[in-house]
Design a protein around this ligand. Sequence first.
Ligand SMILES: Cc1ncc(C[n+]2csc(CCOP(=O)(O)OP(=O)(O)O)c2C)c(N)n1
Ligand SMILES: [Mg+2]
Length: 664
Amino acid sequence: MAIERMLTEEMPARVLVARVLAEAGIEYVFGISGGHTGRIISGLSQVQNQVRMMTVREESLAGVMAEVYGRLTRKPGVMIGQGPWVLGNGLLGTLEAYLSSSPMVLLTDFSDAPHFQLHAPYQQATGDWGSWDARRAFGGVTKQVMQAQEPVAAVQATQLAIKHAMSGQPGPVAVLFSHDALAGDVGPDSRPVLYPTRFYLPPPPPPADAAQIAVVADRILAAERPVVIAGNGVRIAQAYDKLRALAETAGLPVATTAAGKGTFPETHPLALGVFGTFGTPAANACIGEADLVLVVGSKLGPSDTAWENTKLLDPTRQAFVQIDIEPRNASWNYPAEQVVLGDAAQILGQLVEAVRPRANGRSQAGQRRVVQHRDKQGYFNAPEYRSDEKPILPQRVIGELIRNLPENGIVTCDAGENRILMTHFYQTKAAGGFLQAAGSGPMGFGIPAALGAKLVHPDRPVVACVGDGGFAMTMNGLMTAIEHDIPITVVVFNNHALGWVLHGSGPFAAEFKDFDHAAIARAMGCRGVRVEDPAALGPALQEAIASRVPTVIDVITSLKVSFADITSPLANEASQGYVGLIMEVRLPPEREAHLTALAAESGLSTEEVVEEALVLWEAHHARRARSRAKHTPAQAAARIRELRKGNSVPDGETIEDLINYGRA
Ligand SMILES: Cc1ncc(C[n+]2csc(CCOP(=O)(O)OP(=O)(O)O)c2C)c(N)n1
Ligand SMILES: [Mg+2]
């Protein structure tokens, strides 16, 4: 059948841009009107029954909501707004989409004024003298930048942006509209001719070559200790079911990357949880002894792989098979014996069929290996899940989330120590139940991510888990939740600090005052409760989920557990002093000699002295932050008296001095 033209009559370009989105099946546009994009938004008013405009309170929320919409639906999430603010404020989600391969389209503008372009009108982004350069700026953080200078191009660029965002490895594409592009009309006889948007939606990639699938199936069946590493690519490809089918058919234990957490239920008898730097010891043990590693949709970045510790992953003793949509991701950080390029869902489906006839008994064998590792290393069974301590331990908060969220619940994470603890301790019950930034790690991600996830899955309870730092960055998302009736729950791990920073490099510039986030939420029209008693947390969660009103639960949490406590020894061993992720103590050179002397005098190792200094430093911090550290001031004083005994601390040294040894 012949292909029809897009238009039968003349229409304004701004309306056609909106129509393209509707034709692509995109249900939401997130943003704030500004510059020339106001015209597109007025165009959107004409397709309201298909595309809903979600006005947010700040562009960073629009960016994250769009990114998450793209990640969960495979359709581009659209952010709209004026150039400078989509670039600057909206960067959180754009960068995340760029690094984690989420399809996204940015509809933004040059803020140019016709005739005056060379005289640098206010806010102009053409790159001419006196204006800023949107092409260059967006070029560094998107897959592609398109520009539209006249009406036909406005429509065409929108169609092509959708195509580019979805093709191959997905990502964000920016469309920069000039004033003139949105000011005119387009007719059926336009040059070039416009065609309906469905022809620009990329077809699914072709299936993998059958002969190669057969080879990979043979390798899987021949392996004695095969294991799967599932990454965020499984989520983008919506391959949850196929992953599960392959794991069950071939008896493959499944670990995920941190970004891939939530692609395989961690309650499944073949699940190992997250592996690597902040992973479960069971996952790391099983992967370390694997003879075949099937990597699905993961770049295997060093921060995931315990800094490429060869005790974990080592292609000289393990066969790697890698499934990826992007050739440049395959055989990148680890050489793979077999690379299967294509769509993860499709390839996993092909593999299921190929192994099924010969997979007898494999499922049981895989489960036995998982049980062994879980029994030996433990698996989501930390006693702290039920700790009654006050302030409440983060593990207890996570335990309550596990116990009180229904099977289909979704949690979204922010950045910070709370995210690392969630990654390590939270046990997902269903595929799709966990979402965190996969590429970058921005604070302020959790709330807009929950809003985006709730729009995609209105029938699943969605809980954003955020730190007090991250909460403040995007708490205006609660206004959007009220305005657009998006009933999410927000759990604040309120430790009055940038916990990650505090445990990484000390309390300087890392402490916060106590704010009543529940009261802030109530003032916005949400429900808000503060929880200081661990026993009150479960009921608070139950009520929040049942209420169907946006709710903030402000939980006063302890700083007692640090990311260092759950960092895999494999990562510490291989990090080679990588600063910023692995807690380490560096001393200025003049202190180094003193430390050695102190160690010699005290009979302790230098490591022990440093450890002691750190404890004292925490105690010092604890005094100021009302005792939330391992040692009370009294215990700390006793300890330093002990050190002073036997002259281990030279006269004239103050506690303050000793404390300072622990500081970078
Ligand atoms: C937007 C942004 N700014 C700064 C950082 C660096 N950073 C990572 S974690 C963190 C501390 C987060 O504090 P909070 O949200 O209270 O969580 P906690 O670590 O206390 O659990 C900081 C500053 C970041 N990741 N993102
Ligand atoms: Mg905090």
